[in-house]
Design a protein around this ligand. Sequence first.
Ligand SMILES: NC(=O)c1ccc[n+]([C@@H]2O[C@H](COP(=O)([O-])OP(=O)(O)OC[C@H]3O[C@@H](n4cnc5c(N)ncnc54)[C@H](O)[C@@H]3O)[C@@H](O)[C@H]2O)c1
Ligand SMILES: N[C@@H](CCC=O)C(=O)O
Length: 514
Amino acid sequence: MIPYKHEPFTDFSTEENNKAYLEALKKVEGYLGEEYPLIIGGERITTNDKIVSYNPANKEEVIGSVSKADKELAEKAMQVADETFNTWKKVKPEIRADVLFKAAAIIRRRKHEFSALLSKEAGKPWNEADADTAEAIDFLEYYGRQMLRLKDGQPVESRPGEFNRYDYIPLGVGVIISPWNFPFAIMAGTAVAAVVTGNTVLLKPASTTPVVAYKFVEILEEAGLPAGVVNYIPGSGAEVGDYLVDHPKTRFISFTGSRDVGLRIYERASKLNDGQIWLKRVIAEMGGKDTIVVDKEADLELAAQSIVKSAFGFSGQKCSACSRAVIVEDVYDEVLARVEELTKGLSVGDPTDVSNFTGPVIDAAAFKKITNYIEIGKGEGRIVAGGTADDSKGFFVNPTVIADVTPEARVMKEEIFGPVVAIAKAKDFDEALAIANNTEYGLTGAVITNNRMNQEKAREDFHVGNLYFNRGCTGAIVGYQPFGGFNMSGTDSKAGGPDYLQLHMQAKTTSETL
Ligand SMILES: NC(=O)c1ccc[n+]([C@@H]2O[C@H](COP(=O)([O-])OP(=O)(O)OC[C@H]3O[C@@H](n4cnc5c(N)ncnc54)[C@H](O)[C@@H]3O)[C@@H](O)[C@H]2O)c1
Ligand SMILES: N[C@@H](CCC=O)C(=O)O
């Protein structure tokens, strides 16, 4: 087994890679507008009711029409997944892992096609789409290897005359509910973590990005995954989501998405339903209000670059995005001026054009929410860049910097999930840390400092699941920076980390008297 190493990012400055991506884009454009069925137990099921996926950069362009599950079809999928669990759980972990490795190899061969589809369906610029695809490959490679490490359980002690073992066994049927912002990596990572540990899955992708999920399920089939292990059932969160979360046969729910939906799932999953004989497990990865703190002893150019890249990469639509910066007063004006200058230099437009730094936001609802927050921000601070938007063709919001806000401002406390960063001044490093912690979330954060004592203070006191020093706060790599947050950011499940797979299994102790 080759040791795990993360998938390298593509260098699009070379002509060869540039050409490869454009060819892949042509291929994707060749299948836009196609129809996709549900997949339940390997059977393709077409419904009259559809979810239509549009290009957020061009509202007229249909990416695909996907059949839509209702409660009846969700029930059918549950029966199939429950039945298939009896056989899949007996398949050796090595064979389950091999399916993941094979899937990774297939995706690697079609890497740019997947990335081009992400540019079209989610509005990702080339580099962001490439990173999403690379992360999907990483999850497959990493979780496959993790399963091989866990397949014989963990060592425990035995006394003379006794033989004790500690093994992991699968849980049952898992409901995987994924978001649109990492429509490939998070969707695939959460699904295969459940599968490689011996569970069967009902996969409900986000309604704005269902096509990439369909293509992934096809890859799993090609890689040899038996029918019924992953069942593809796009549908309304409120209808299919609630139904499956409440279902007595649901053993666990792996959710990634917003705080409010996460809380709803957490609460509903805690209720016992007729015929249910277990406590459901919930893995919930939720929102963030992530801060970059800039100390007075710091590389100020690095600080400004880190803020701009973390705030505006993929239009700020990352749970890890820098949506607030807290700068110590001695360097506030200088850093802010550079952030303003860099932000004004960013180009916004069609993400399939490699010269654009960023593309649209995902849909009309996001556009409305973000522009509403910009209006709120105008009353709470000073707009120094952006503040404008245009939804005539696609949902474009210009990167917006709101300076001089107070720590209690709404734009400093609520997740906006768009290209908007609020900037506040602190009198010293301690106050900056206190402001950074003044949120109900606790996902990512970064500190830009050359002061070792302040760095160590932040290591202890900055209460976030992923803390970075002298870099931005986005871009965790599977197996290198396990990802997940504290407080209202979720259950700190640490995707891409050494403890993640165990969340999908239960440990069984056996003790034999010799
Ligand atoms: N912490 C993380 O790792 C992480 C990663 C990515 C995104 N996010 C968060 O996700 C959010 C953006 O994603 P989104 O807009 O897709 O989130 P969302 O909560 O609106 O939707 C997430 C998923 O939940 C489904 N859903 C909606 N209502 C449901 C219900 N009642 N029952 C079950 N499922 C339901 C949706 O259809 C979708 O598939 C942001 O808040 C972001 O911070 C967190
Ligand atoms: N894991 C990603 C964020 C995922 C949420 O949107 C990062 O580290 O930037």
